[in-house]
Design a protein around this ligand. Structure first.
Ligand SMILES: C[S@@+](CC[C@H](N)C(=O)[O-])C[C@H]1O[C@@H](n2cnc3c(N)ncnc32)[C@H](O)[C@@H]1O
Length: 262
């Protein structure tokens, strides 16, 4: 990836069915689940374990249990020392809760991005400087905030074709942690509506983090791989997983030095 792209789906986050509205997505999802459940319960081979499985909470990625889009947004922006702004939970929320959903502020189709309305070749002097400064700022904002949009979000194809990048106003304020407590997903690729849900119970006042490099980064990648992947965002991660892995590494180095000194 040339620019840092937070990529739902590409990085393993999930996708809801193609429906234009979030409540539509929820209804569609529930309808699918319901019909699957009904056909199973009609079958003579329905077992206790199948029934128990149906009663389990939705798997990560299959959410939208609580709240309606727009009616339950327990989040607010705050300053975070050393990380600019961040997004925080304003109330205790249960795992799987949809925290908010939103439409993109801007969308740049793949291969066809435009930065503002400037025709730079017709500008000179101060106007050119201003246009270049605007473009650099816009690129920086776009580069560290865009999310890849996918052509096909039906069925959660992680290798789905990337159609472009979008910037979301609230989502843009969420900082990264490799062991994130929230995840993002599309509620319908046509509307490009992005949702963010809690991966675990959140306390009131807790900062919300997503992983820019995939929901399972802390398990699937080494500390070095994660650092490499996060390089273009311009910060070093000090999440719980990174602190733990750094301490482990320091111990290994210490042990190796001791052994070399023997
Ligand atoms: C999507 S924005 C997140 C919101 C950003 N903090 C802000 O003030 O708008 C991504 C940028 O936030 C900063 N950032 C994100 N996660 C961070 C972290 N764990 N530690 C320090 N800075 C972080 C980096 O500057 C990164 O390029």
């Amino acid at each position: 990836m040339d620019t840092p792209s937070i990529q739902p789906g590409v990085d393993g986050a999930s996708h809801e069915a193609k429906t234009p509205t979030a409540s539509g997505a929820a209804t569609n999802f529930l309808a699918k689940k319901l019909s699957a459940g009904l056909s199973r319960s009609n079958s003579a081979s329905s077992t206790a374990s199948q029934r128990a499985r149906r009663q389990q909470p939705p798997r990560p990625g299959h959410v939208i249990r609580d709240g309606q889009i727009g009616s339950f947004n327990p989040v607010e922006e705050r300053d975070v020392p050393g990380a600019g702004r961040g997004l925080f939970a304003t109330a205790a929320v249960a795992r799987h809760t949809l925290l908010f959903a939103e439409e993109p502020l801007l969308f740049a189709p793949k291969g066809g991005a435009r930065i503002g309305n400037h025709k730079v070749k017709h500008l000179t002097g101060a106007a050119l400087d201003a246009a270049v400064a605007d473009a650099v700022l816009a690129l920086a904002v776009y580069g560290t905030n865009n999310v890849a949009t996918l052509a096909d979000d039906d069925g959660g194809d992680p290798d789905g074709e990337v159609t472009g990048g979008a910037v979301y106003p609230v989502f843009s304020r969420i900082n990264h942690a490799c062991d994130a407590n929230a995840a993002f997903f599309y509620l319908g690729v046509r509307s490009q509506r992005l949702g963010v849900r809690a991966l675990r119970d959140l306390a009131a006042g807790e900062q919300i983090f997503v992983s820019y490099i995939g929901e399972t980064a802390a398990q699937d990648m080494t500390l070095e791989e994660r650092r490499e992947s996060l390089n273009s965002w311009g910060f070093e991660c000090h999440c719980g997983a990174c602190v733990r892995d750094m301490a482990k590494k320091a111990k290994e180095v210490e042990k190796a030095a001791e052994q070399a000194g023997k």
